[in-house]
Write a protein that binds this ligand. Structure first.
Ligand code: GDP
Ligand code: GDP
Length: 436
C-alpha cells in the first residue's frame, strides 16, 4: 500500500527536472491551479503500465549552506534512503565528468537498483557517445532526450521492472490517516496522546522498503486505524532533514498514502506558507482533511479568540471550507477525546454513496431554485446525475454541453449537494459529461 518510490539524482543541469516533468505527466495539471503547490515541484506520482509510483527530484532539495559536492552527496543519500529505484542522470553531450563519477561512487554503496540515464541524446548520431558511460560501472546506459521525449519509454519499462512487488492486501475497513504539520507543532505529542487516550493496542509496522514506521491500532469499538509515518517524526539528524523541501516532499508522500489528513497548526504561531502548500496538496489529492489547532493552552483567551482564529483559517484556506476545525492541547488533553470520532465521521463521509434517485431529486430542486446558466444563447441542460466513486465522492452530471457548466454553477451544485448530505471533511468532485 505504500507507493514504491523512484528518485532522480545527478549533478546539476543534466536534465533531472525535465525528466521528472516528463515522467510525472498529466498529474501536474490537476495540481497546478492551487497556488504554491507546484512551485518548484520535486514530488509527483508517476504511472506506467498501470503501476503507480512516487517520484522525487532530489535536485530540487537544495542545501544552500552546503558546498557543491556536499549537496550532490546529500541528494544521492536522500535517494538511497527514500527510494526503491534510483535514476542516475548524466549529460550525453559532455561525456563523463568528475561529478558524475562522484555520484556513481556514492551509489555503489546501495543495493537498490540504479538505472543510468544518458540525457540530451537528441539525435541518433549521438547514440554512439553513450558507450563512454559504461565506465561509471552502473551497467547499461539508457539514451534519452527528455525534451523530445525520446527513449523515456524504455526508462519507464526499466523502472517498472525494478519496482518491488507489492503483495500487501488493501484492507478497505482500515482508516488510514496522518498528522501533517511543520516541525514542533506537536505532531508527536498528539500521536502519543491519541494512542494514550484510546487505551489501544498499538503495534508499529516497519515499512517494507524504508525505515518508515506506521502504527496500527484498534479503538474500543473495534475500528482499525493505520497512522502513517510523517515528515518530522523521524529525527535522525541528517543534514537534509532540516530543509523545507525535504519536509514538504515527505509530507506529500504521507498524504498520498492517507485517506484523511490531520493538518496540525500551532496556535501560538498561526498559519504559515508551508501549511497552505500542504493543505492545498491534500485538497487536490482528494483526501479528507481535519484542521487541528494544537497548543490551544498557550493562548490568553477571551470570548472572541476562538471565532477570530477560525475566521482566519477560513479566510486563508478557502478551498477547505468543508474541513472541520478542532482546537486542542496535547499538553492538557483539552478536546482530544473528540478527535477519534471526528476521524470516523470524515471517513464515513468520504465513503458515502448517494443513491441516484435521491441525488437527482437534489439536483432538480437545485435547478428549480437557480436556473441553469446560458452562454451565447445556449442554455445548460442537466439530464441526469450519478455518483461514480467514493474517496473522494465523485459525481458525474450528464449535460448537453460540458462547457456550459461554468465554475460558478458547479460551485452552486456542490453547495446544494453539501446542504442535502453530510460530506463534512471531504472534498467532492463534479464532472460534467456530454450525454451521447
Ligand atoms: P537539472 O538541473 O538536472 O534538473 O536540469 P534541467 O532539467 O533543469 O535541465 C538543464 C538544461 O538542459 C535545461 O536548459 C534543459 O532545457 C536542458 N535539457 C534537458 N533535457 C534535455 C534534452 O533532452 N536535450 C537537450 N538538448 N537539452 C535538454
Ligand atoms: P512535532 O515536531 O510536531 O512532532 O512536535 P512535538 O510533539 O515534538 O512537540 C514540540 C514541542 O511542543 C514539545 O516541546 C512539546 O512538549 C510541545 N507541545 C506539544 N503539544 C503541546 C501543547 O498542546 N501545548 C504546549 N504548551 N506545548 C506542546
Amino acid at each position: 500500500m505504500a507507493l514504491p518510490t523512484v528518485a532522480i539524482v545527478g549533478r546539476p543541469n543534466v536534465g533531472k527536472s525535465t525528466i521528472f516533468n516528463r515522467i510525472a505527466g498529466e498529474r501536474i495539471s490537476i495540481v497546478e491551479d492551487t497556488p504554491g503547490v507546484t512551485r518548484d515541484r520535486i514530488y509527483a506520482i508517476g504511472e506506467w503500465l498501470n503501476k503507480k509510483f512516487s517520484l522525487i527530484d532530489t535536485g530540487g532539495i537544495e542545501m544552500s549552506d552546503q558546498p557543491f559536492m556536499a549537496q550532490i552527496k546529500a541528494q544521492a543519500e536522500i535517494a538511497m534512503d527514500e527510494a526503491d529505484v534510483i535514476l542516475h542522470v548524466v549529460d550525453g553531450e559532455g561525456g563523463v565528468t568528475d561529478a558524475d563519477e562522484y555520484v556513481a561512487q556514492i551509489l555503489y554503496k546501495t543495493d537498490k537498483p540504479v538505472i543510468l540515464v544518458v540525457n540530451k541524446v537528441d539525435n541518433p548520431e549521438r547514440r554512439l557517445d553513450i558507450y563512454d558511460f559504461y565506465s561509471l560501472g552502473l551497467g547499461e546506459p539508457y539514451p534519452v532526450s527528455a525534451v523530445h521525449g525520446i527513449g523515456t519509454g524504455d526508462v519507464l519499462d526499466a523502472i517498472v521492472e525494478n519496482l518491488p512487488v507489492d503483495d500487501e492486501e488493501e484492507n478497505p475497513d482500515i482508516i488510514k490517516f496522518s498528522l501533517i504539520g511543520r516541525p514542533n507543532v506537536g505532531k508527536s505529542s498528539l500521536i502519543n496522546a491519541i494512542l494514550g487516550e484510546e487505551r489501544v493496542i498499538a503495534s508499529p509496522i516497519a515499512g517494507t522498503t524504508r525505515d518508515a514506521i506506521d502504527t496500527h491500532f484498534v479503538d474500543p469499538e473495534g475500528q482499525e486505524y493505520l497512522m502513517i509515518d510523517t515528515a518530522g517524526m523521524r529525527k535522525s539528524g541528517k543534514v537534509y532533514e532540516s530543509t523545507e523541501k525535504y519536509s514538504v516532499m515527505r509530507a506529500m508522500r504521507a498524504i498520498d498514502r492517507s485517506d484523511i489528513v490531520l493538518m496540525v497548526l500551532n496556535a501560538e504561531e498561526g498559519i504559515r506558507e508551508y501549511d497552505k502548500r500542504i493543505a492545498g496538496f491534500a485538497h487536490e489529492a482528494g483526501k479528507g482533511v481535519i484542521i487541528v489547532v494544537n497548543k490551544w493552552d498557550t493562548l490568553e483567551k477571551d470570548n472572541k479568540t476562538l471565532q477570530n482564529f477560525e475566521a482566519d483559517i477560513r479566510d486563508q484556506f478557502q478551498y477547505l471550507s468543508y474541513a472541520p476545525i478542532i482546537f486542542v492541547s496535547a499538553k492538557t488533553k483539552q478536546r482530544l477525546n473528540k478527535l477519534p470520532d471526528m476521524i470516523k465521521d470524515v471517513s464515513a463521509a468520504q465513503n458515502m454513496r448517494i443513491p441516484s434517485a435521491v441525488l437527482n431529486d437534489v439536483i432538480m430542486d437545485a435547478v428549480a431554485i437557480n436556473p441553469t446558466p446560458t452562454d451565447k444563447g445556449r442554455r445548460l441542460k442537466i439530464f441526469y446525475a450519478t455518483q461514480v466513486a467514493v474517496k473522494p465522492p465523485t459525481f458525474v452530471i450528464f449535460v448537453n454541453e460540458e462547457e456550459l457548466l461554468h465554475f460558478s454553477y458547479e460551485r452552486f451544485l456542490e453547495n446544494q449537494i453539501r446542504k442535502a448530505f453530510v460530506f463534512e471533511g471531504t472534498p467532492i468532485r463534479i464532472i460534467a459529461r456530454k450525454r451521447k
